[in-house]
Design a protein around this ligand. Structure first.
Ligand SMILES: NC(=O)N[C@@H](CC(=O)O)C(=O)O
Ligand SMILES: [Zn+2]
Ligand SMILES: [Zn+2]
Length: 430
């Protein structure tokens, strides 16, 4: 038996206010709860959401434990309000076997702060040629359902077709890093446009993403399988996804918090903190991404939390590693960009940050559940009005490549519960 928790006067995503008694890992009672509990959390004015689920996290273990480990990344996830994260396969070695997937899964369970669900590589070594052990990973203890060569695009259409056909058998999905390597060359490091010319930086155009998204939705239609578009960054990709969904094609898409707020003009200072793939895009893309998340064309927010050690990031812009932190700031960014601007209500936040990602990842038996009696108590308590100034030094991540440093954001995660056990209380690790 685990300690019980009484959450007093929380407001649910739909706006109703209730007490929530959490006992033995599940929601035991709702309404005006008379019972006492081992711990009481005053949730007056706070929103209670189903625990957040991140479809796209880089945990760097094994191989780059100087940048992040499963444990430190799990801490960042819990502080960010997450109860489940999908750990990308571009580790060293790559997660391309059942054993490798089980290892990541076990490290996550040992850390015990968030459900770490390994993503399996699509191809051996992310080399883009030979399919990885998709079936063995699916049947392993880790029950892998999401496959991705993220960091690299599965660019050979024949390989992509085979992967889609293969994962269909067990309801899996291929999450694609859409970046055509011949349109976005090996040196490309920012958005191709007027600014990249002025800065003298090799850029890559939005169309390098869009052609892959277009190809993949057609392959999904042909195979009758599911494709997921990772980190959508352009208005053109949104148009393709919108069209594909209207045709009934089984496509889902995610957008990162950074692509919803940060724009390419941040690159004028050549600060590698803002170097990321896909690159920060112009205003008109950002606007289209916000609208698409609001209208459901984009299903989910995913962080693409990409920690990098100082010695990989602190270089001249062209030489620095791609990627930025995201787990601890995702909820405040979405509150600021989407809720404060009236684009999403809290039910919309629950949908795009918990319900939809859980469903896409096949974790919806445990995560992204309604706040209802008998459901597993994976919960996130949010102060929707709190103003926070992000301080990169305060992060529990091992890395410091935080693009939000010094920004004032609205919204703060107050508490996170994983199967009824608080992992975060009063905004800090419990
Ligand atoms: N997003 C990034 O810029 N980098 C990611 C890889 C990826 O998501 O493509 C990384 O692993 O660092
Ligand atoms: Zn990627
Ligand atoms: Zn990624």
């Amino acid at each position: 038996m685990t300690a019980s928790t009484l959450i007093k006067g929380a407001t649910l995503p739909d706006g109703t206010t209730t007490d929530v008694l959490v006992q033995d890992g599940v929601i035991a009672e709702l309404g005006a709860v008379k019972a006492t509990a081992d711990r009481t959390i005053d949730a007056d004015g706070l929103r209670l959401l189903p625990g957040l689920v991140d479809l796209h996290t880089h945990l760097r273990e094994p191989g780059r434990e100087d940048a992040e480990t499963v444990l430190t990344g799990s801490r960042a996830a819990a502080v960010g309000g997450f109860t489940a994260v999908l750990a990308m396969a571009n580790t060293s070695p790559v997660t391309d076997t059942a054993e490798a997937a089980e290892r990541v899964y076990d490290l996550g369970r040992a850390a015990g702060l968030v459900d770490v669900q390994p993503v399996g590589a699509v191809t051996k070594g992310l080399a883009g040629e030979e399919l990885a052990e998709l079936g063995l990973m699916a049947r392993s203890r880790a029950k892998v359902r999401v496959f991705s060569d993220d960091g690299k695009c599965v660019h050979d259409p024949r390989v992509m077709r085979r992967a889609l056909e293969y994962v269909k058998a067990f309801g899996g999905v291929v999450s694609q890093h859409s970046q055509d390597p011949s349109l976005a060359g090996p040196t490309a490091c920012c958005h191709e446009g007027e600014l990249s010319g002025q800065l003298g930086l090799p850029g890559w155009p939005g169309v390098a993403e869009e052609v892959i998204v277009a190809r993949d939705v057609m392959l999904a239609r042909h195979t009758g399988s599911r494709v997921h578009v990772a980190h959508v960054s352009t208005a053109g990709s949104v148009e393709v996804v919108r069209w594909a969904k209207a045709q009934g094609i089984a496509v889902t898409a995610e957008v990162t918090p950074h692509h919803l707020l940060l724009t390419t003009d941040l690159l004028t200072g050549y600060d590698p903190t803002f170097k990321v793939n896909p690159p920060l895009r112009p205003d008109e893309d950002v606007r289209a991404l916000r609208e698409a998340l609001a209208d459901g064309t984009i299903d989910a927010v995913a962080t693409d939390h990409a920690p990098h050690a100082r010695h990989d990031k602190e270089h001249a812009f062209v030489d620095a590693a791609f990627g930025m932190l995201g787990l601890e700031t995702a909820l405040p960014v979405i509150t600021t960009v989407m809720v404060e601007n009236g684009l999403l209500d809290w039910a919309g936040v629950a949908r795009t940050m918990s319900v939809n990602p859980a469903r896409i990842a096949g974790l919806d038996d445990v995560h992204g559940r309604p706040v209802a009696v008998g459901e597993p108590a994976n919960l996130t308590l949010v102060d929707p009005a709190a103003k926070v100034v992000v301080d990169r030094a305060a992060s529990v991540s091992l890395s410091r490549n935080n693009p939000w440093h010094d920004r004032k954001l609205t919204g703060r995660v107050v508490a996170t519960l994983l199967r009824g056990t608080p992992t975060v209380l009063e905004g800090a690790l419990a």
